[in-house]
Write a protein that binds this ligand. Sequence first.
Ligand code: HEM
Length: 477
Amino acid sequence: MWTVLLLLGLAVLLLFKRRTRRRNEPPLDKGIIPWLGHALEFGKDAAKFLTRMKLKHGDIFTVRAAGQYITILLDSNCYDAVLSDVVSLDQISYAQSLMKRIFSLNLPSHNPESEKKRAKMYLQGDTLTQLCSSMQKNLNLLMTPSDKGLETSEWNKDGLFNLCYSLLFKTGYLTIFDAEKNNTAALTEIYEKFRQFDKLLPKLARTTVNKEEKQIASSAREELWKWLTQSCLDGKTGRQSWLGSYIQQLQDEGVDAETQRRAMLLQLWVTQGNTGPTAFWVMGYLLTHPEALRAVNDEIQCVKHLCPEEGRNHTPVFDSVLSETLRLTAAALITRQVMHDKTIRLSNGREYHLRRGDRLCVFPFISPQMDPEIHQQPEMFQFDRFLNADGSKKKDFFKQGVRVKYPSVPWGTKDNLCPGRHFAADAIKELVFTILTRFDLELCDKNAVLPLVDTSRYGFGVLQPAGDLEIRYRLRS
Ligand code: HEM
């Protein structure tokens, strides 16, 4: 009797609380499973799921996932206008809940906006030039015989992803974290621990790690905190560097020592988590597209006669290859919490109400990056997609006759641009040019194709492959 009454009560409550679409709200798609909604499909392959929803509902719709209502906006011409309202759309609360889940880090004072501003000061102008020059030195150091054993006349076998990620990770770690250069074993150990942690990152974010994975992630985090404390928090890191000023800021805010060391891992991932994977895709596309490889090699021959500084700034072909690679692989979900009911206007003039308490997500990977109305055959790699016929950088792209604001959004939108983008692009270029000029590097299987992407990583920055691409390399004689 009591059970029946309880169930009846619950049913009435559910019916009463049932969410229905109100006037001027985006189409609502709750999925058939109560509370869970579309969570499983969303987490498994967000790109496939959101593309299906876009075909069904258009450029804006609200879905239910694990009890949360998420409005997805896919009209790239209005991203800037919508995201500029930082009062109604808050990025801090969601960022903080992710920090807790992934990095076991509680930083109530964290403010992504001021964070980006401070980082920007140190990642441009003279400090950027110094950082790039120290990055080049570190990369060279890692490619000398004593350090990595790379320079050998014999062929070496490796996975391309592992080679690119490990080299750029170690280079970035030495450069930004000012770590001890001669401890090769420690560098390798840090990279391996970082990869253990990085592989589990999407599951940590979705809280879907099992017991064993939880254990692996915790112990990798512990090890990394230990290493990073040694290299960053012992006072060696100059206060004039970005990381130094970050540590100073944490100390000024009264953040305790334990939280400071946890925050170092967050910074390690922010600065290293996307660069290595991007370098892998660039090299992978070049190795599987001979005409692109020829064009980049020709460009290297042309700039070789210029002074290094000038040469590095005149590489439109490589820049197009990088933009095209990022168009195909940069897949961050930009997420905001809706703090107040709000009306947004799409570029066709239609207005929609957003409901307080919901989330808003912008997914540039689907639009503009994979939008067939902007990019013909969007799933294909075309190395010259971002080049005009005269060889200059192509900036004009159109959708239904109207110029689109952005053909691609790998570094975030106007007010939320990645402050490290120039440094990242320079590091990737340096690695690719060094490999192409100093090494013979080829696919073990000449007919090999690029591995598929790991679909669980949609939403977490640059994609990673589900497998690796076997290559062999040797120092060019
Ligand atoms: C291919 C490599 C990279 C990509 C695609 C990338 C992309 C991004 C994106 C999309 C954001 C978020 C913007 C937003 O708030 O919406 C971001 C934030 C940021 N990036 Fe990058 N990034 C890369 C490499 C780097 C590097 C090498 C550095 C530093 C040297 C860096 C430093 C930062 C910082 C400090 C933030 C702000 C994080 C915060 O909110 O606290 N990034 N990046």
